[in-house]
Write a protein that binds this ligand. Sequence first.
Ligand code: PCA
Length: 328
Amino acid sequence: MKQYKISMTTMAAAAALLVISATSASAEEWDMPMAYAATNYHSEHGVIFADKVREYTGGELDITTHPGGSLFKGDEIKRAVQTGQAPIGERFMSAHANEAPLLGWDNLPFLATTYEENEKLWQAAKEKVNAQLADLNLVALYTCPWPGQGFYFNKEVNSSADTQGVKFRSYNSATATFAKELGMLPVQVEAAELSQALATGVAESFISSGSTGYDRKVWEHLSHYYKVNAWLPRNYVIVNKDVYEGLSDDIRSALHRAADETGADCAAESARLANWYFEQLEGNGMIVQDAGSAFLKELKAIGAKMQDEWLEMVGADGQAIIDAYDKM
Ligand code: PCA
């Protein structure tokens, strides 16, 4: 029996070696920079995606993920992919809404506050977002939402009277606007540098999901999380458009098959983890609660103003997204 097991293992190893040697001569290798913690579900799904691509292309395309901003920092990834320094990468695309306002579609406060609504909004926005990305020499393969966004503070906050002068870590122009409207002082910091920003006092507050608070162990510095579910922003896995267009039809469809499956799985995992993250924050001593009604009322008023401003910046395409979403 033992003998048999060994010989089967040896045979499997030999077969695996054959597969490797048969494919490695022609395999194309891509490095994929990603910005968030290796243990975060976004990064884990990057690995799942790479595995699927390897499988569906019969080993012809071999993607290696580099999480945590280790290859390119979060705020360098879009440019790296645009210019072909990296063929593929993952980026929080609304961070570029200052350059292409349409990319802020997933940061419109209180427009789509559940996973279901967020998916509808994405379906309404997808075509226009893809056109915008094409202008930037990018093609999106899949996108995956973060859980709902709420506020982290180092004290109890009941209204904007408590937020005046507070140093706030923003992750894009929408969050900076939100902060300014609340009398706070925004500074943009990537998630990978968040713990350091909190430890050094560069920031003492931020808006995000339970996910990033958990990844960055923010209970070491902050005490309160206010659930707001203001929006569910998305990460995108993007490819350089020239590289994409140079792929064979077979590789391209394998890439899309892997991307469609991974995007759906990643969104489901995000939904599954949303409350688990809150439990971890609480388990580590944070007070996690719904934002109080006075604070929420102020946030909603600011949100409405921000949506108007976005529509003004984006124009007809923005209105078309909202109209399409309203009809769904
Ligand atoms: N985490 C990321 C983006 C949104 C989120 O939930 C961050 O805070 O950078």
